[in-house]
Design a protein around this ligand. Structure first.
Ligand code: NAD
Length: 484
């Protein structure tokens, strides 16, 4: 990034408009502290303008009446445009949230365009109308877009999260107003413009940058039919309470504390790189991070040695440095939280067998990969989401105990089993109360449901289930004796 991007207008209804608000949201690099840019901070009136544009476009039917195959084509075109401008978008996202451009390209751009294309596929394959025969004869079941969607997202993978809100909402035929995280508003404006360029009509899409108050104005707005939220369990609870009170549809993608279960037949050398990566990807700032690694006591030292060897090579540094494998933590508050958890882990009796030193550069918001052993599942570092590059290794004696430890968590978002016996891995995966599992690796499949059990969320994204989360199902009873 060279010059800061100073934006003075809001992207409302697919066009740049003067904001009502006079407040400005400034964005600074979490790595260097340099200014990345600024946007107007949308206030309640700005949110209202965006929701009114969305409502009017929805009621007029400009997008919801566009045939699903045509909506799918626009979404696919948006994915193409994101890939065409991948280098610029990647640099901006990297400047805003600190991941290396390489990590943005894989964890966000590839994953984001992957979900867009998968939602386009799902919209084309979906049975929008279905004839059923019941006790009264024929009923026509039709699926309709839920209406005007308010989307609120976190900063940790903003490009991916943006695609995972715009993709299903637009595939379903909804209009959408998205509030990016205050740390990462600039890329949201850029991405929204690409969707307009791809063919989304006027009024359908808006971006309202801001913090909690802007988010609350969106959640509270009476013309919003559904809120889709990705962020912390704490904020999700508050948002769900408002939605409950107003009987708004609401889906929540929240935090995690996932377990990787290593079985005694696992190929340790082959598993170690992915085990480490799954725990500390995105500087550990990942909802699906597998931060509890459960290892059989008999293989404990072997697994730990292999993981320490790999994690030692994950060099923290500036995202622009080609040697960097671990970027900064998003801000000093989060940095303090992560280092506080490391201190707490030691205080509660765990041993830090690896603490890669953090470089004293830029903002200083760096934390080197840290691996704890001697962790028990009741320790704070095993129970709470740290959101930094910190892995806790927990020893177990038999598989039943490993399953019990994995399930002994408030969260249930992701997880994995590492074994030479895939069938056994699947059997164990079925016993874990969590939304996604991997066998010998972990990834999010754009075509399959993704979401949380327990306090990790409500609802599912991705694939047909993700599309259905933005639909209402209507039954139209045909006259008695009628056959079509
Ligand atoms: P956060 O909850 O503090 O903020 C997320 C978003 O919600 C931001 O845009 C914020 O401005 C807004 N917000 C916060 N409180 C609000 C309120 N009361 N009303 C309306 N809007 C509000 O979370 P964060 O620190 O930005 O993100 C990290 C969290 O997100 C972690 O817990 C992580 O696990 C979770 N996350 C989950 C997923 C998933 O798919 N399950 C994906 C990414 C991140």
């Amino acid at each position: 990034m060279t010059e800061p991007i100073e934006t003075t207008k809001l992207y409302i209804g697919g066009a740049w408009v003067e904001p009502h608000s006079t407040e400005v949201l400034e964005v600074f690099s979490p790595a260097t502290g340099e200014k990345v840019g600024s946007v107007p901070l949308a206030d309640e009136q700005d949110v209202d303008a965006a929701v009114r544009a969305a409502r009017a476009s929805f009621d007029a039917g400009v997008w919801r009446n566009t045939p699903p195959a045509q909506r799918a084509a626009v979404i696919r075109r948006a994915a193409e445009l994101i890939n065409e401008r991948g280098a610029d978008i990647g640099a901006l996202v990297s400047a805003e949230m600190g991941a290396t451009p390489g990590d943005v390209a894989t964890l966000q751009q590839l994953a984001g365009t992957g979900v867009l294309n998968a939602y386009a596929d799902a919209a084309e394959a979906y049975e929008w109308e279905e004839k059923r025969t019941g006790i009264f004869g024929e009923t026509l079941v039709v699926r309709e877009p839920v209406g005007v969607v308010g989307a609120i997202i976190a900063w940790n993978v903003p490009l991916f999260l943006f695609c995972n809100k715009f993709g299903p909402a637009l595939a379903a035929g909804c209009s959408i107003v998205l509030k990016p995280a205050p740390e990462t508003p600039l890329n949201a404006n850029l991405l929204a413009e690409l969707f307009t360029e791809a063919g989304v009509p006027e009024g359908v899409i808006s971006i309202v940058p801001g913090g909690i108050e802007t988010g609350q104005a969106l959640v509270n707005h009476p013309d919003i039919d559904k809120i889709t939220f990705t962020g912390s369990t704490r904020a999700g609870r508050a948002i769900a309470a408002t939605c409950g009170d107003q009987l708004k549809r609401c889906s929540l993608e929240l935090g995690g504390k996932s377990a990787a279960i290593v079985l005694d037949d696992a190929d340790i050398a082959a598993s170690a790189p992915m085990l480490v990566f799954s725990g500390i990807l995105n500087s550990g700032q990942a909802c699906v991070a597998q931060t509890r690694v459960l290892v059989p006591r008999s293989k404990h030292d072997e697994v730990v040695d292999a993981m320490v060897t790999v994690a030692s090579t994950f060099t923290p540094g500036l995202p622009t440095d080609p040697e960097t494998k671990v970027g900064p933590i998003i801000n000093s508050r989060q940095h303090e939280k992560v280092t506080g958890y490391i201190a707490k882990g030691k205080k509660e009796g765990a041993t830090a067998v690896l603490e890669v030193p953090a470089p004293e550069i830029g903002t200083g918001n760096f934390v080197g990969p840290t691996i704890f052993t001697g962790v028990t599942n009741d320790m704070t570092i095993a129970r709470e989401e740290i959101f930094g590059p910190v892995i806790s290794v927990i020893a177990y004696d038999d598989v039943d105990e490993a399953i019990a430890i994995a399930n002994d968590s408030d969260y249930g978002l992701a997880g994995s089993v590492w074994t030479a016996d895939v069938a056994k891995g699947v059997e164990i995966a079925k016993q874990i109360r969590t939304g996604t599992m991997g066998i010998n690796w972990y990834a999010i499949d754009p075509s399959s449901p993704f979401g949380g059990y327990k306090k990790s969320g409500i609802g599912r994204e991705n694939g047909r289930e993700g599309l259905e989360s933005y639909l209402e199902h209507k039954a139209i009873l045909m006259p008695m004796g009628y056959t079509s």
